[in-house]
Each structure stands twice: as C-alpha cells, then as structure tokens.
Design a protein around this ligand. Structure first.
Ligand code: BMA
Length: 377
C-alpha cells in the first residue's frame, strides 16, 4: 500500500506548512489554551486526542465513579503515555441526565477532565444534544422546523435556553483545585453540512445554523465561561464553499475543524482485499489533504487554528494506519490536534485507537515516537 500511496501523493508533497497567525485573546484560560495550541502548530506538532480515553476502553470501563484513580487508558497500555488531549461528549446534560448518551456518568466525566488537565493535558467536548422539538436523539431528523423552533422567537426558545443553561452549569463546574475554570475546547453543532443531525444542512438555512451557533456562544460567554476555545467542525466530503457557507464568523470561532473518517467500499468493486484497503487509504489521504489545505489558507488569513476534530478507521483494519495513512494525510498541514473516536467497551468492533494486543499496536508506538505527535508524557 505504501508504494501506491507514495506514487499518488507526490503532488501533495509540494504543499508547504502554512502556519497560523496566532489567536489574539490573552489573559483568559481560553486565550492561554489557544496560545498553547498555536505554539504547538507553529512547531509542526499536534496533540493526539482520543475520545473517552480516561473513562473506558475496548474491554473495560471505570465502575467506581467517585474513587477510581483514573489512570487507565487503552492508549497508555500500548505506548506508555495517555493522549495529550481527551475528548468527552455532553449529550444528555441538557436533559439533566446523570450519564451521557454512551452511559458515561457526568460526575466521572468532570473528574476525568479536571484530572487530565491537572496532569498537563487538554480536554475537548462535543455535544450530541437531543432533538428539542421531537424529544428524539441527535440523529432524529424527522422535522426541519427544529432549529427555527429553538431560535429567538421560536416556540421552543425558552426550553432551549434551559438546555443551554444546564450545559453551562456543567461547564462551570469544571474547575481545578484552586477553583479556577479549566480551559477546554467546545465544538457544538458539528458535522453540520451533512444532514444526519437535527442541526444539519437540510434541516435549517445557513442563517438559522449561524444563529444557533452564535446563540450558544453568546449564552456561554454571558455565563462567564471565558475558558472555552470554540471549534467549528463540519463533516468532510464537501467543497470549501460548502464548508464556509455556515461559518459562524471570526468573532465566534477559534478553531476550524473537520470530521473525516476512513471507510471501506463494496468488496465487489475490487480484485482483492488489499486493493480495497489501498483505495480507501488513498481516498482518505487525498481528501484530508484537500480539506486541510483550504482550511489552513483561511486560518492563516483570519488568525485561526485548524484541527482534525474527529477521525478514524473503525476497527483499524490496516495495521499501519497510523504512520502510513493518518500521518500522510496531515503531513503538510499545521493542525493543532487530531482526535480519533472512541473505543466502545460494549461494542467489540467499534474502536478507533489501539489497545493492549491490537494489531496496530506496533505502528501506534511509531506514531507516538513521531516528532509531530504530542502525548501527555
Ligand atoms: C457515534 C458512535 C455511537 C455514539 C456516538 C456519540 O459515532 O460512537 O456509538 O453513541 O458517536 O458518542
């Protein structure tokens, strides 16, 4: 596979790392985090992030919410260090639920986030919020009235402000030993050009989407949350024009992200499994380079950072995915972090990071040793 990808990607090698201008806010927890991310990107390094790394893994989960020492990590079991960044999801906090949509207790999430930051790491939060109009989950796309319903003037606005209120309450509870808010990255309303979430492309107009994002940031700022770095993270497989068609604006966004996964196509199209894998990897690398190039150009002009806000190849069917595919995809881009999705403890094939004994473990150790990647150690 390496030979094929190398040949196809020679053109991509001409891209130069563009670098970002550097964010302007200083003196706040968010400003400090932005400066730290900016410094990493300027050196050609990025934080490796893993969703839910500290609270469960491929075949285990933290049971004792109050007392578990939070030292376990699938990633650390392989390379000796936890990821530099850990991702968590807030889905369910808006309802006042005790645990999120993947059964992660919110008190445990708070403890894990604060503990990761205390160890020198960074945390990022996504939010698979329920559908405020239907009561269904984030993937309930049965009504295109929902965004209008929650915006100012909509019948559900009051209720939605309560949802934002509960989310803000949780974020305001994320404090270090001195009572100071921990810095964090928040990327609400993600994968918004596709139409699989209730805030998706076909579910609202660009103006309504932008109003939703701005309402969220304005509300959080009004609650005193000066610790949030805001990420905008559309899905991939779109044009640059589509990417920016719902951009909330430079005053609202600090990081331009993209969520891009690798998928295998129908085996009937290929002569062998090896060819099928190679085609998927080539597509992934080219697509990643394409997205990150226009994002980096915009970021350099607008003083923003860029990131791969979600990525992965479910079940990691190619054992050298880390060094031959992922690192190639981001090779020429000043990304400040790259997040791979969760290792579900209750779905054996649903994993995006290595674990003890996984086929990609050796390659992941190379990825860990690579000069670009930042881990906790
Ligand atoms: C998806 C899957 C689901 C999960 C959801 C929110 O990509 O991992 O199992 O519930 O993310 O974390």
């Amino acid at each position: 596979m390496k030979t094929i990808t190398n040949t196809i990607l020679t053109a991509g090698a001409a891209l130069a790392i563009i670098g970002c201008c550097g964010p302007k806010e200083t003196g706040t927890p968010a400003g400090e985090l932005l400066a730290r991310l900016d410094a990493a990107a300027a050196e050609g390094k990025f934080y490796y992030a893993h969703q839910d790394d500290a609270v469960y893994g491929h075949s285990w989960r933290v049971e004792d919410v109050e007392n578990d020492p939070l030292e376990r990590s699938d990633v650390a079991a392989v390379c000796g260090s936890a990821p530099g960044m850990v991702g968590f999801d807030l889905g369910g906090i808006e309802m006042g639920d005790a645990a999120n949509l993947d059964s992660v207790d919110f008190a445990l999430m708070r403890r894990a986030a604060v503990s990761h930051v205390a160890k020198g790491g960074i945390v990022t939060f996504s939010w698979h919020s329920r559908n405020p109009l239907t009561g269904g989950d984030a993937w309930d796309i049965s009504s295109a009235e929902v965004v209008e319903y929650v915006l100012d003037g909509g019948a559900g606005h009051g209720m939605f402000m309560e949802w934002l209120g509960r989310t803000a309450d949780f974020l305001l509870s994320l404090r270090d030993a001195d009572g100071k808010l921990i810095p964090l990255i928040f990327r609400p309303w993600h994968e918004n050009i596709g139409s699989w979430f209730w805030w998706g492309g076909k579910l609202c107009t660009p103006e309504q989407y932008i109003a939703l994002y701005r309402l969220t940031r304005d509300y959080m700022s009004g609650r005193g949350l000066d610790n949030i770095v805001w990420a905008y993270s559309p899905n991939s497989d779109i044009s640059a024009e589509e990417y920016f068609s719902r951009y909330p604006g430079d005053e609202y966004v600090d990081i331009l992200g993209v969520d891009q996964y690798q998928f295998l196509e129908d085996p009937a199209k290929f002569a062998s499994e090896q060819e099928r894998l190679a085609a998927a990897s080539i597509y992934f690398i080219e697509r990643m380079r394409f997205d990150l190039k226009y994002m980096a150009e915009f970021a350099a002009e607008h003083g923003k950072l860029i990131a791969v806000s979600e990525t992965g190849f479910e079940g990691i069917p190619y054992p050298k995915w880390w060094t031959e595919v992922l690192l190639d995809g981001v090779a020429d881009a000043p990304v400040c972090y790259v997040l791979t999705w969760r290792n579900a403890w209750d779905k054996p094939g649903h994993f995006y990071a290595p674990f003890e004994g996984s086929a990609d473990a050796e390659d992941f150790i190379e990825f860990y040793r690579n000069e670009r990647t930042i881990f906790l150690k």
